[in-house]
Ligand binder design. Structure first.
Ligand SMILES: CC/C=C\C/C=C\C/C=C\C/C=C/C(=O)SCCNC(=O)CCNC(=O)[C@H](O)C(C)(C)COP(=O)(O)OP(=O)(O)OC[C@H]1O[C@@H](n2cnc3c(N)ncnc32)[C@H](O)[C@@H]1OP(=O)(O)O
Ligand SMILES: Cc1cc2nc3c(=O)[nH]c(=O)nc-3n(C[C@H](O)[C@H](O)[C@H](O)COP(=O)(O)OP(=O)(O)OC[C@H]3O[C@@H](n4cnc5c(N)ncnc54)[C@H](O)[C@@H]3O)c2cc1C
Length: 633
């Protein structure tokens, strides 16, 4: 083991295993996760990590081992596929959940165990604006069929992931918005068995290469009436349409996946922090004091300032992810029972946190890569691949700006309710204080009050102020004679800013609530330090907001920076131990820089030598191109 990494792991001030247990949701789940990882994947003779194996093998293994719990399936799959994407991930995270939530019981029993499918909602002309989708589904009572049609080039379904040319059951969204299971069995490769279907691949992408994203054009293709997913809405044999309790129930799968993405952002950021912080512990470069040995780059304050707030953010997002999925499960359970009362809040929370966490993690991955210098740019670090695979999450499942505006819609509605004298509950209950002017800035002492509860209050006041400012912008636009829609559009910068601050407050509050639950003194202490670092770093980034909210004075601004530096120094001795607690296996991270043993250089040389470019002493291109050229010179 690298001596630097060894030294970093001595004198731990907290029990790493206990922190890993907290991240997993208990010691039993840690043990089960490791059993799946070590026994059922890594020690499985059929599992050859070097070659991406096929999905059928994995599915048969899951059945052989009796793994059916979604969390355990995800543990198995994430070990199987490492940090890459799996070819038919969409089947698991969108196609199946849609069948589970939108099929009536007869349809469920007919389809769920049997088919692998994709989710074809986006069209070439519309991804965000679902009410703008052009594909039509026209019911023909004479034949009891829907006639599916792509009337324009912009209506061609574009992007469905895992568009396996062999068969293509689709969850289809069409006008009127209903989800029809569109069974499309194609024989041969991409040659449709029935006329009227044109499918293909949309071509090379920025990345996401494990997933083939396709296009699908329909020319009056007929499917049975029974293929419309009929749990919430039905078309009867006589053609009458039974409306759902809410037209937004069709959007349920997107809410589910957005809820999952919140925790996934934390996982991906924790992977990158593991790589960058372990590497920073073994990389020596330059000098701090002339004549002394080159220091670990983790001892540079700027390196700590790059990485430790991201480390704190990774923990914050992992806890936010736990809260989000628990909230999703609770409210979707109520929805399943016909209680839709909290559906708007679930939509607003999942949309905002999906955007907030993916934007932050997306930037954070690049900071981690650049903090590793040239070796961060090597594919051996795994950081370029992690970035390329993660960055589309800011676009898919709801483009982030649009998602933030959805949350803003809920915040404005809540603000208007408070103005009308209503008492709010839930995540926006802090807006009640705005109306009663209780939100007046607290008497801010000359010293920065570092109590975590006080910091949460300051973030709450900041968010409330920005919600009020956005609402006032809309009111001012209206007062200038603008219509409601233009008043909204002319305030969207403020609205996104308010949603971002609302999400920032929510994440810090969840972090503080999780820290409050930690009983082990050592773990509580180090996690409290990270939560403080998360809060103070945010205050440093958005100082203007806190000044504008009147909860920070100009005289206190220097103490924000001073406090931040102190917290960086406080985290330094525990940094490697804190990434060890994420418990990412070397095989899954697949990163020369992030190895648990810290033996980076030897591994990097081996990695480079194994490159196909080094298969021969002299590359064939010399004989093929350069040598003939030299002969002519
Ligand atoms: C572990 C997982 C990790 C990674 C992921 C792995 C794999 C996935 C990778 C790639 C696959 C990608 C797949 C896709 O991208 S699938 C396509 C995704 N597409 C979208 O998300 C579309 C985004 N657009 C929308 O959701 C809607 O168009 C939008 C919400 C923007 C607007 O809808 P609409 O115009 O119908 O409503 P509005 O007029 O704006 O609002 C009216 C009203 O409705 C409320 N509303 C809107 N949506 C919802 C909802 N989902 N639930 C509940 N309520 C909703 C909205 O708040 C308004 O309410 P009110 O203010 O009270 O009137
Ligand atoms: C890797 C990847 C995989 C995908 N897989 C699938 C899949 O399997 N199935 C599927 O159906 N789809 C899939 N998609 C498509 C994805 O869902 C859409 O790209 C996404 O919903 C964004 O819609 P859009 O492309 O129309 O972007 P647009 O909405 O056109 O966005 C372009 C710009 O317009 C802005 N904008 C749009 N509306 C507003 C507004 N109201 N207010 C302010 N600004 C606005 C956006 O903020 C953005 O800056 C995938 C996409 C990617 C990148």
């Amino acid at each position: 083991m690298n001596p630097d990494i060894l030294r970093e792991r001595q004198n731990a001030t907290f029990d790493i295993e206990k922190l890993t247990n907290i991240l997993d949701g208990g010691a039993e789940r840690t043990n089960r996760r490791r059993e799946i990882r070590e026994v059922l994947v890594l020690n499985d003779p059929d599992f050859d990590y070097g070659t991406p194996t096929s999905l059928p093998t994995m599915i048969l293994k899951l059945r052989e081992y009796g793994i059916s719990d979604p969390v355990e399936i995800n543990w198995y799959k994430s070990m199987y596929w490492g940090t890459g994407r799996e070819a038919l991930g969409l089947h698991y995270v969108m196609f199946l959940p849609t069948l589970y939530t939108q099929c009536d019981s007869e349809q469920f029993n007919k389809w769920v165990p049997l088919i692998i499918g994709t989710y074809a909602q986006t069209e070439m002309g519309h991804g965000t604006h679902l009410r703008g989708l052009e594909t039509t589904a026209t019911f023909d009572p004479a034949t009891q069929e829907f006639v599916m049609h792509s009337p324009t080039v912009t209506s061609i379904k574009w992007w469905p992931g895992g568009r396996n040319p062999l068969f293509l059951p689709l969850i289809f969204l069409s006008i009127p918005l209903s989800a029809s299971l569109f069974d499309l069995f194609l024989s041969g490769f991409a040659l449709p068995t029935c006329s009227g279907i044109v499918i293909g691949d949309i071509g090379p992408k920025f990345g996401f290469d494990a997933v083939d994203n396709g296009y699908l054009k329909l020319e009056h293709v007929r499917i049975p009436r029974e293929n419309m997913l009929m749990k919430y809405a039905q078309v009867k044999p006589d053609g009458s349409y039974v409306k759902p309790l809410s037209s937004k129930l069709t959007y349920g799968t997107m809410v589910f996946i957005r809820s999952l993405i919140v925790g996934n952002a934390g996982i991906v950021l924790s992977q990158c922090c593991t790589i960058a912080i372990r590497y920073s512990a073994v990389r020596h470069q330059s000098e701090i004091r002339a004549g002394e040995a080159e220091p670990q780059i983790l001892d540079y304050q700027t390196q700590q300032h790059k990485l430790f707030p991201l480390l704190a953010t990774a923990y914050a997002f992992l806890f936010a992810g736990q809260y989000m999925i628990d909230t999703y499960n609770r409210i979707s359970g109520d929805i399943n029972q016909g209680d839709l009362s909290e559906m708007p809040e679930l939509h607003a929370l999942s949309a905002g946190l999906k955007a907030f966490t993916t934007w932050t993690a997306n930037t954070g991955i690049e900071v981690c890569r650049m903090s590793c210098g040239g070796h961060g740019y090597s594919r051996s670090s795994a950081l370029p691949d992690i970035y390329v695979e993660f960055t589309p999450s800011c676009t898919y499942e709801g483009e982030n700006t649009v998602m933030m505006l959805q949350t803003a819609r809920f915040l404005m509605k809540s603000y208007r309710q408070v103005q009308a004298g209503q008492q709010l509950s839930g995540a926006v209950s802090y807006l009640n204080k705005v109306h009663h002017r209780v939100m007046a800035p607290q008497a801010v002492s000359s010293q920065l009050d570092l109590n975590l509860n006080t910091l949460v209050d300051l973030y709450e006041i900041r968010a409330a102020m920005l919600v009020e400012l956005a609402a006032q912008s809309i009111q001012q636009e209206s007062a200038r004679g603008k219509c409601q829609e233009d008043s909204w559009n002319n305030s969207t910068i403020d609205l996104v800013r308010a949603s971002d601050a609302h999400c920032h407050y929510m994440v810090l509050k969840m972090f503080r609530d999780k820290v409050d639950q930690i009983e082990d003194p050592g773990v509580h202490s180090v996690m409290s330090t990270l939560a403080h670092l998360y809060a103070i770093h945010g205050m440093g980034n958005f100082t203007g907001d806190f000044l504008q909210a009147g909860v920070l004075t100009g005289a206190q601004v220097p103490s924000v920076s001073k406090c931040l530096k102190g917290l960086l120094a406080e985290v330094r001795p525990s940094a490697v131990l804190l990434v060890d607690a994420f418990d990412h296996h070397d095989k899954m991270l697949n990163s020369v820089l992030g190895r648990h043993d810290g033996n980076v250089y030897e591994a990097m040389f081996e990695w480079a030598r194994s490159s196909p470019l080094n298969r021969t002493e002299v590359h064939e291109s010399f004989h093929k191109h350069l040598k003939p050229l030299q002969a002519k010179l």
